[in-house]
Design a protein around this ligand. Structure first.
Ligand code: 5GP
Ligand code: ZN
Length: 113
């Protein structure tokens, strides 16, 4: 996908500090963290909305969540963590390439609206 920031990270057109990568996704720190630990899991395939997922994409997202749960030390998950996927304007999605926020390292309030 042209002119997509996260595709450029995936393709190494732009540099970012990737902390984990496999065939499905890359992970790096969010540039504007909202928790002590704030990583982004970015699928290598470009799509914006969960509603666009194929069956293969659904399996891929499941594998990504399983892998995230296994990266306990790397992501600082020992005391709990939160996964967030913002979808569309009301949720404040700013990057049109689906990604999972991984938040951890502190107690978190729950006030989604
Ligand atoms: P969204 O608002 O779409 O759910 O999340 C996009 C996230 O990408 C934001 O938390 C924002 O801080 C992060 N972000 C935007 N541009 C960059 C960048 O150039 N580098 C990194 N590491 N994160 C970015
Ligand atoms: Zn993209």
């Amino acid at each position: 996908m042209e002119n997509c920031l996260f595709c450029k990270f995936v393709n190494r057109e732009y540099k970012t500090d990737i902390v984990f990568e496999n065939d499905d996704f890359i992970m790096f720190k969010d540039i504007n963290p909202v928790a002590k630990n704030h990583f982004l899991a970015v699928p290598k395939r470009h799509f914006k909305y969960l509603a666009e997922m194929t069956e293969d994409d659904a399996n891929m997202l499941g594998r990504i969540m399983k892998k995230i749960s296994e990266l306990k030390d790397l992501l600082g998950l020992e005391n709990g963590y939160r996964l967030v996927i913002n979808q569309g304007d009301d949720a404040g999605q700013t990057v049109p390439h689906l990604h999972i926020h991984v938040l951890s390292g502190q107690k978190m309030e729950w006030h989604p609206a």
